[in-house]
Ligand binder design. Structure first.
Ligand SMILES: NC(=O)c1ccc[n+]([C@@H]2O[C@H](COP(=O)([O-])OP(=O)(O)OC[C@H]3O[C@@H](n4cnc5c(N)ncnc54)[C@H](O)[C@@H]3O)[C@@H](O)[C@H]2O)c1
Length: 384
């Protein structure tokens, strides 16, 4: 099978590596020749590193590299059975690309978008055969992250959905099925990890290193929210929140924080600029957390409540199945546990009580408890 990857930035390069490692011939295209050159250099570097670390042999590395063909024209995609688009996150540009691609490929080629935030239905609508269009959402870095969200649009045929899932699973990935709604699973359910941490900080309840310490050491998360925002980049993370917020018709649950907007405006984007919530310059000394177990537990509980509420509401609104929601958060963003399993462990009644206490305190719709949790508490039910 020949796979086309349209766009050779961070994601396109990673996806090309994954497909070539699975044995496919991959055509990698970008409209910027410099981006293609960078992709080639990056692939060589990564494959060499994998050989050094004994993950693959030298022969395997050469074979993978040899299967990735850099192409200068979309017309080279004519024999591709699957094309994954990973260009700039702009709906008009994406739609134009899908329209042009359809004129090149065969009638059975699957056309997929790696978009993080755009509606798959709107991209599919640009095609004459919208039933062949689907969202295939990899996580960054694509070769390392096991999870891939599969997002059929309302127009997508069940055959295309099933075939896409099979192909991506044959590449060693774990797929989850998500409804075509803003943020799909991960980028929706994870919003409070950042948003509630920012809120706690803005209220002055705790400082940045303390919130990070609590979430990592007490919550068991791999990184604290501010460390993670600095890692992702405050510009990118802020933009995702803003997009999800607008896409949900300004539901206050997803409201972005001024703190992060200002970081972004100041150019304090995180690791990539040497300064974000923390200072990454050489010799910089960052403040120490205040390691109070009680205060730390309160921070974790509040953020966890909001995450559980979001996961429960995603299930309530049929965004995905129970298992897929938990798998997505464990494998897509490395949460220590699935949030619905975590809710069971903490007790659904206790979760509802915690959310109601926040709601009563702030009288903000942001803290409304999902109807699903409330019903489950009333009926004494658990997720598992
Ligand atoms: N970076 C992430 O963490 C991440 C994760 C999941 C999904 N995504 C999504 O993947 C897509 C790509 O993201 P990225 O981070 O790789 O971006 P990027 O900026 O690293 O790469 C985009 C590439 O697309 C090329 N490009 C732009 N317009 C083009 C066009 N009309 N034709 C051909 N090539 C074009 C650019 O030259 C660039 O090389 C976006 O839709 C993004 O939302 C990103």
């Amino acid at each position: 099978m020949e796979v086309g990857v349209f766009g050779s930035g961070s994601m396109g390069t990673g996806i090309a590596q994954v497909a070539a490692t699975a044995g496919h011939d991959v055509l990698l295209y970008d409209n910027n020749p410099d981006a293609l050159k960078r992709a080639q250099e990056k692939l060589l570097k990564i494959l060499n590193r994998l050989v050094e670390k004994d993950r693959i042999t030298d022969a395997e590395s050469k074979a993978i590299f040899g299967r990735i063909y850099l192409v200068n024209s979309r017309f080279d995609f004519k024999n591709c059975d699957l094309v994954i688009e990973a260009i700039v996150e702009n709906p008009e540009v994406k739609k134009a690309v899908f329209e042009q691609l359809e004129d090149v490929v065969s009638s059975t080629t699957i056309l997929a978008s790696n978009t993080s935030s755009l509606s798959i239905a709107s991209i599919a609508a640009a095609c004459k055969k919208p039933e062949r269009v689907i969202g295939i959402h990899f996580f960054n870095p694509a070769p390392l992250m096991k999870l891939v969200e599969i997002i059929p649009a309302v127009q997508t045929s069940p055959e295309v959905t099933a075939k896409s899932r099979d192909i991506i699973e044959s590449w060693g990935k774990l797929t989850v099925l998500a409804k075509d709604t803003p943020g799909f699973i991960v980028n929706r359910v994870a919003r409070p990890f950042y948003g509630e941490a920012l809120r706690i900080y803005e209220e002055g309840l705790a400082d940045i290193p303390t919130i990070d310490w609590a979430m990592k050491e007490i919550g068991g998360f791999r990184m604290g929210p501010f460390t993670l925002m600095d890692y992702i980049g405050n510009d990118i993370n802020y933009k995702v929140t803003e997009t999800v917020f607008a896409a949900f018709y300004y539901d206050p649950r997803y409201k972005p924080a001024f703190t992060q907007k200002r970081m972004s405006e100041a150019g304090w984007l995180g690791r990539k600029t040497g300064r974000g919530f923390y200072d990454y310059s050489e010799g910089a000394v960052n403040p120490e957390p205040k390691k109070s177990k009680k205060a730390g537990e309160q921070i974790v509980w509040r953020i966890l409540l909001m995450l559980i509420n979001e996961a429960a509401d995603a299930l309530y609104l049929n965004v995905a199945s129970r298992d897929d929601i938990d798998t997505a958060m464990e494998k897509g963003v490395n949460y220590p546990k699935g949030l619905l399993a975590w809710a069971d462990e903490k007790g659904i009644k206790k979760v509802v009580k915690g959310l109601d206490a926040l709601h009563n305190e702030y009288l903000e719709d942001r803290y409304r408890c999902s109807p699903l949790l409330r019903r489950m508490a009333r009926d004494g039910k658990t997720f598992y």
